[in-house]
Every structure is written in structure tokens, then in C-alpha cells.
Design a binder for this molecule. Structure first.
Ligand code: UDP
Length: 327
């Protein structure tokens, strides 16, 4: 059935891919994005679609948000501070956008009883050492002098708030913890490793591995991720619950650097840079981060289709095209 769907942050990396998919499914989509980290370019292939309404504004504009939530059946809430680099550079904006923005979305959704998908992050697991991470594990966050944990806490508050709105006001919410979602359109500007490595390799510059490169991540292709989000939104038993979404194949950052170098046949050197030089002395990286996907697979039919090879090759192609079009 055709629905009216609001995507906050819909000009961003993940939001724009989801917008493409929802339009393809025949829905009407309103995107609200302040273009702080998103880009009009991400929506270029759907801009002329008559079922897309693109609003450049902030989710803090309560009157506007009230109208948009009134109009829609479902809300996918992506608008938030994103990327380790941005989080360190703009800690106030990070905390305020994440907490206040989500509060606005949830309070308006409560008035109209709209269904909301809240995007949280694997960062909330913090330094948890028990791998893989399960949704009901304890959160192990670091000291407040380290701004990274302010981001994790702000997203954890979003989760508490969403669950509270479900319990107290019966707002149908689904919460997802996204694990290193990657793919074409992701920018390296805010720190994300794969687009950064791809650009460095294509320019034959040093590929900068932070730390010793033994830290691992589990990278999921954005198409696998948006498929899962869409299924969760349409699965009644997912309401009021938290789900990990990602890919559970683990890879070290050094292996990733080697893969990008091999796929681009680059002349780049792989160079290790201490964390305190890459960020600052208050930075804390995470050693391992792997999702348990058991809970997700119990509720929806989910099997990631894209391998890390597919991901790197698509990101490299995208980066090459971007570099060509920028001269
Ligand atoms: N990283 C790196 N070089 C870069 C950017 C990131 O080695 O130019 C590392 C980073 O320290 C982390 C991993 O790659 O260990 C993933 O970083 P990203 O910021 O993409 O995601 P997150 O740290 O949030 O998982």
C-alpha cells in the first residue's frame, strides 16, 4: 500500500539511499535536511520525481516538523551529527542535535500516533569487550572528558527516550543500532575510513591507518542496511525493540588498507599514524566491533548480500567518478 513517508536527514548518505528505495516502491516521500552534512547531489537521481518533496530546513523547526509529521504515516529519523571527526570538532552541536532533534520527532509523533524508526549506533556499546555485541549487553562508556562518549551517550538517550515514548504513550517505535554502514555517496570528510582510503589510494597518497591497524570493524553495505530498516518498519513485532543492523564479517583496518590498495592497484604506501596525532590526546578508539545479528534474523529475513570486496570496489568506482567530475 502506498504510504506517505518522512525521512529526516534524507539528503545524507544512508537517508538518500533509503529515499531512492521508498520512491521505487511507489511511496510519497518528504525529505527534510539542513544540508549540514548531507548534499543535494545525493538526491540528484530522484529530484524530478513528483512523489518527492525535498525541504531544506532543520528538524529543530517545530512548526514545520509538526506539519510534516501530520502528513506522514511513517518517519525514518536519520538527521543527526555523524562521523568521528565532526563529533570531536562540534561536541555541543552533536549533543544538542541528537537529543533535542529526536525529542521533537518523538513528541510530535506521539500527538499523531505515527510510527518512527530511530537510528542509533554501535557506538553505544562503547568499549564493551564481549564480542559479538548483543542488544541487551551492558553499555561500557568512557570518561566524560572524551567527547566521543558524549556522542554515544546522546544516542543512548535517544534510545531511552524512544523506549519511554513507546511504554508511556504507545508511540510505535523501532530502534536500530547501525554498525559501520558504508557504500557509494559516503564522504570521508567526517572521518569515515573507506572513502578516505579510496581517495588516498586513487591519488597515490599515503593510506593513513590510525593506530597499529589491528583494530577491527564489520562493514555493511548501505543497500543491505536500508533493506533491513524497511523490513523492520513494516514488521509489527519489531515495535518497541532495539536491533543491531550490519554485517558480522570482521576485518582489521590494516587488512582494509591492503584491500583498497590492491583493488586500486595504487602506488600508495600504507602508513600508521598514532591516534593522538590523527585526533587528539583525548581520543579513544575501539578495538573490535562486531554485531550479533541473531535478534534481527529472528524478526526479519536478513542475510547481507554484499561482501567487503563488493563494497570497496563500489566505493572506489564512486570516488573515481567524483574525482573526475571535480576535475
Ligand atoms: N581510520 C583509519 N584511518 C582513517 C580514518 C579512520 O585508520 O583515515 C580508522 C579509525 O581509527 C577506526 C576505523 O578506521 O579504527 C573506522 O573508522 P570510522 O571513523 O570509519 O568508523 P568508527 O571508528 O566510528 O567505527
Amino acid at each position: 500500500m502506498q504510504k506517505n513517508i518522512l525521512v529526516t536527514g534524507g539528503a545524507g548518505f544512508i537517508g538518500s539511499h533509503l529515499t531512492d528505495m521508498l520512491l521505487e516502491q511507489g511511496h510519497s516521500v518528504t525529505v527534510i535536511d539542513d544540508l549540514s552534512t548531507g548534499s543535494v547531489k545525493n538526491l540528484s537521481s530522484v529530484r524530478s520525481n513528483p512523489r518527492l518533496n525535498f525541504v531544506v530546513d532543520s528538524i529543530m523547526n517545530v512548526r514545520l516538523m509538526s506539519e510534516l509529521i501530520d502528513w506522514c504515516d511513517h518517519v525514518y529519523h536519520f538527521a543527526a551529527a555523524v562521523g568521528v571527526r565532526l563529533i570531536l570538532d562540534k561536541p555541543v552541536q552533536t549533543i544538542e542535535t541528537n537529543i533535542r532533534g529526536t525529542e521533537i520527532v518523538l513528541s510530535l509523533a506521539a500527538k499523531k500516533q505515527r510510527k518512527v524508526l530511530i537510528t542509533s549506533t554501535s557506538e553505544v556499546y562503547g568499549k564493551g569487550a564481549k564480542v559479538p555485541f548483543c542488544e541487551d549487553d551492558d553499555l561500557v562508556l568512557g570518561a566524560t572528558i572524551k567527547p566521543r562518549w558524549g556522542y554515544a551517550c546522546s544516542k543512548a538517550i535517544d534510545e531511552f527516550l524512544a523506549l519511554a515514548y513507546w511504554r508511556e504513550h504507545r508511540v510505535p517505535v523501532v530502534i536500530v543500532r547501525l554498525f559501520n554502514t558504508v557504500g557509494p555517496r559516503q564522504t570521508g570528510r567526517y572521518g569515515m575510513v573507506i572513502p578516505r582510503f579510496a581517495e588516498q589510494a586513487l591519488k597515490n597518497e599515503d593510506i593513513t591507518v590510525y593506530g597499529d591497524g589491528y583494530q577491527t570493524r564489520s562493514f555493511a553495505h548501505v543497500h543491505d542496511v536500508i533493506g533491513a530498516l524497511n523490513s523492520l518498519m513494516n514488521t509489527p513485532t519489531a515495535v518497541g525493540q532495539v536491533f543491531n543492523v550490519g554485517n558480522d564479517t570482521e576485518l582489521s583496518i590494516m587488512e582494509l588498507a591492503q584491500l583498497v590498495k590492491a583493488q586500486t592497484q595504487s602506488q600508495s604506501e600504507i602508513r600508521c599514524i598514532p591516534f593522538e596525532k590523527a585526533y587528539d590526546e583525548n581520543f579513544e578508539d575501539l578495538l573490535r566491533r562486531v554485531p550479533s545479528l541473531e535478534k534481527l534474523k529472528r524478526v526479519i529475513d536478513y542475510a547481507p548480500k554484499y561482501s567487503i570486496n563488493d563494497i570497496v570496489s563500489q566505493v572506489v568506482d564512486h570516488t573515481r567518478r567524483e574525482m573526475e567530475s571535480n576535475g
